[in-house]
Design a binder for this molecule. Structure first.
Ligand code: CDM
Ligand code: ATP
Length: 323
């Protein structure tokens, strides 16, 4: 049996971790910071649309490799820049060991869709490699590694619902009093997150001095929105959904306006762009309404795919070994 020095026992069989997508029910974006990030009040909700990351043993010195299956995975890099590989590298460095692992990603989360797909894979790979290598990294250290890998990655690990401050990595868990029904309309192609933040700054600058990027207020979570989550009140949540990146995403991809309008016409309580987009999110009254909204979105041909999902969903979870 192989063991890792100063740590637990390494697994000889593959470890699979399931990780949820997210929707931002509030995304309040502050001014541009000197480090190139924006301060946020970011209210995350995890939904039950999942990627699965499997970590399998590799030969000593082989290093990390990754394969990926699912829609649009031709856009996912399979080299050292893949976020799952970067996570394996970061964990191995932390433990002073060689990052020998074969990673496989089963992808359901839209690629470059504003639903934290790459972040989910990073969180999944961290947890899967930690179990495979028996490195038993304390939760706080895993969260710190997640934050190094990306602003959304800590939330992918914890799931549920949380308020993200700072650049989104400083999390406070939130109580949720029920399950919310969603429909996600996946666009053809993706949007680059940095490009959407840049466009947000540009639009603010365009509004002129005094109203533009220099006069952005401190982002704050909405107390009414947090109360809606706590009570599980879908109508109250719908009335308070807000995404400061939405005008920027629509400016870069104007057809999103049509997608949002079609889902609203089909009976959604509210519609918004998910994070940096271009996936559009529709909050539905119940499961039947969600199914109907998804049907109409597909029939009207305003998206490449429409998925129903519910949230909150659990964060990254090690699955029991397959029989
Ligand atoms: C849009 C959201 O998905 C909402 O949850 C996130 O803010 C984006 O999180 P992410 O994809 O994990 O982003 P990161 O990998 O940390 O950063 C990518 C780029 O997005 C921009 N970025 C990201 C987060 C943030 N608070 N401010 C930013 O301006 C920066 O240009 C940064 O270089
Ligand atoms: N494992 C991965 N899965 C998907 N994309 C990845 C991965 N690793 C690296 N990438 C790169 O990251 C880019 C962003 O993809 P991702 O799916 O994370 O976007 P996103 O969901 O919009 O992110 P977020 O919502 O966190 O801003 C992709 O275009 C791809 O080049």
């Amino acid at each position: 049996m192989s063991t890792v020095q100063g740590a637990g026992t390494a697994a000889r069989t593959p470890v699979t971790v399931r990780v949820p997508a997210k929707v931002n029910v509030q995304l309040a974006v502050g001014g541009l910071r000197p480090d190139g990030f924006h301060d946020l009040a970011n209210v995350f909700l995890a939904v039950d649309l999942y990627d699965e990351v499997t970590a399998s043993p590799a030969e000593p010195g082989e290093g990390p490799s990754v394969t990926c299956r699912g829609p649009d995975t031709d856009q996912v890099p399979l080299d050292r820049t893949n976020l799952a590989v970067r996570a394996a590298d970061a964990l191995a460095l932390r433990h002073g060991r060689s990052p020998d692992v074969r990673l496989h990603i089963r992808k359901e989360i839209p690629v470059a869709g504003g639903m934290a797909g790459g972040s989910a894979d990073a969180a999944g790979a961290l947890l899967a490699c930690d179990a495979l290598w028996g490195t038993r990294t304390p939760r706080e250290e895993l969260l710190a590694l997640c934050a190094e890998l990306g602003s959304d990655v800590p939330f992918s690990l914890v799931g549920g619902a949380a308020l993200g401050r700072g650049r989104g990595e400083l999390l406070t868990p939130l109580d949720v009093g029920g399950s919310f029904h969603w429909v996600f309309a996946v666009a053809d192609g993706g949007l680059s997150t940095p490009a959407v933040y840049r466009e947000c700054d540009r639009l603010r600058r365009e509004r002129g001095p005094g109203a533009g990027v220099d006069a952005v207020p401190e982002p704050e979570p909405s107390p009414v929105l947090l109360a809606a989550l706590r009570s599980g009140d879908a109508k109250l949540l719908a009335a308070n959904l807000a995404n400061d990146l939405q005008p920027a995403a629509i400016s870069l991809l104007p057809s999103l306006d049509d997608t949002l309008a079609v889902g609203t016409e089909a009976g959604a309580l509210a519609a918004l762009v998910s994070g940096s987009g271009p996936t559009c999110a529709f909050l539905a009254e119940d499961a039947a309404s969600a199914t109907e909204i998804a049907r109409v979105l597909r029939a009207e041909d305003v998206c490449r795919a429409a998925h129903t999902a519910t949230g909150p969903a659990p964060g990254a979870t090690v699955l029991p070994p397959a029989e």
